[in-house]
Ligand binder design. Structure first.
Ligand SMILES: NC(=O)c1ccc[n+]([C@@H]2O[C@H](COP(=O)([O-])OP(=O)(O)OC[C@H]3O[C@@H](n4cnc5c(N)ncnc54)[C@H](O)[C@@H]3O)[C@@H](O)[C@H]2O)c1
Length: 371
């Protein structure tokens, strides 16, 4: 099979979907790997390394898209890439369709086979291709939050960990999944006073066993949430309802109960965000202010630390890429219930229930579309 790796062109996105070791694994299994010139540079991988691994280098993105049967990317194809997509071409990447009707309709119209990293799901309900990026984003949310709490950046001017004799900052984390836990570990490690709010009692029970003493676990309802955000210095949005648009937990009218100079880092912005006043931002312009509260809504946070993120992502995606390349998408999906859950759109039909529901589109079960 011909596998194409275009250079990521979303603003400040420096990750790449395949490292030279992955190219070597595919090439030695008899596949052709075509990497766009310079695609790996942002993550520290030169074209020479890909060539040495047995890949070909294409000068232009158009050539990669035109040649490849399977396109492996990091972020969803942006508008300027849509013209390249061919009917029947398999695209394996993060799509987050439920957050954008325009993106969904464009991919329906393309006739491509869209397999979304973020909805590949193991029987344990773990999302193995979202987990590594959630680990990165959760940890980074605390670094970014700490930075914007500094006075120079418009924040309250409070140090996360405080110092002896001075209380630490209060960090409130909405959602105790992978992002939430990684954020909590970092914030707690720095000495902050941390609260995780979640609606899953099972999750809260588990977390109460493994989290350090400066992390409080509280069941989330609206009353509790308002009480917590009113006292917070840093709020981290980390909720997820698999495949669906994020619930708006902080409403527009709630912002003015927060402290001036407090910071919200809404990691769930890639699924539409859990804060009504949030909108997606970029690494170039990461923040904006509403009612004195700093809003950070970068939708591709791991793109800011591409060396860590590329390695973490490709460790997780490569086994699936190898299956798709070896068996073709129909056989690969039939043989892997986890990968089948990743199928979101095929031949113009939506095969993920939550994506169909988000935009009132017809839903076609994935199983019925791969015979
Ligand atoms: N911005 C970025 O760069 C970036 C990077 C990685 C992940 N993400 C996003 O971060 C979000 C979280 O990902 P994750 O891997 O931690 O998901 P996860 O499934 O591991 O955890 C989500 C948690 O949210 C909880 N939850 C659901 N509804 C809730 C509610 N109403 N109130 C409180 N808690 C609720 C769930 O019980 C679960 O514990 C996702 O939207 C993911 O796409 C964004």
């Amino acid at each position: 099979m011909k596998i194409g790796i275009p250079k990521e062109i979303k603003t400040n996105e420096n990750r790449v979907a395949l490292v030279p070791a992955g190219a070597e694994a595919l090439a030695s299994a008899g596949h052709t790997v075509i990497v766009e010139e310079g695609a790996g540079l942002g993550s520290g991988f030169s074209d020479a390394l890909y060539l040495a691994a047995g890949a070909q280098i294409a000068r232009k993105a158009a050539a990669v898209w035109a040649e490849a049967d399977l396109i492996v990317k990091v972020k969803e194809p942006i508008e300027s890439e849509w013209e390249h997509i061919r009917p029947g071409q398999v695209i394996f990447t993060y799509f987050h369709f439920a957050a954008s009707e325009q993106l969904t309709r464009a991919h329906m119209a393309s006739g491509a086979v869209c397999i979304a990293y973020e909805t590949v799901e193991l029987p344990s309900r773990e999302l193995p291709l979202l987990t590594p990026m959630s680990e990165v984003a959760g940890r980074m949310a605390v670094q970014e939050g700490a930075k914007y709490l500094e006075k120079l950046y418009g924040g309250r001017g409070i140090l996360l960990g405080g110092v002896p004799g001075v209380p630490p900052a209060r960090v409130v984390i909405l959602g105790g999944g992978v992002v939430g836990v990684n954020a909590a570990k970092m914030a707690a490690g720095l000495g902050a006073s941390v609260v995780i709010l979640d609606v899953s009692l099972e999750r809260l029970r588990y977390l109460s066993d493994v989290m350090p003493a400066n992390v409080q676990l509280i069941f989330s309802d609206r009353h509790t949430l308002l009480k917590q955000i009113a006292r917070a210095d840093l709020v981290i949005g980390a909720v997820l309802v698999h495949g669906a648009v994020a619930p708006k937990l902080i409403r527009r009218e709630d912002i003015n109960i927060m402290r001036k100079g407090a910071v919200i880092v809404d990691v769930s912005i890639d699924q539409g965000g859990c804060v009504e006043t949030m909108h997606p931002t970029t690494h170039e312009n990461p923040t904006f202010i509403v009612e004195g509260v700093i809003h950070y809504g970068v939708a591709n946070m791991p793109g800011g630390v591409p060396i860590t993120s590329t390695l973490a992502l490709t460790n997780a995606t490569l086994p699936y890429v190898l299956q798709l390349a070896k068996k073709g998408y129909r056989h690969a999906l039939r043989g892997s219930p986890a990968l089948l859950k990743g199928l979101n759109i095929v031949g113009g039909k939506v095969t993920h229930r939550k994506v169909a529901e988000a935009f009132g589109l017809g839903y076609h079960p994935a199983e019925s579309m791969i015979d």
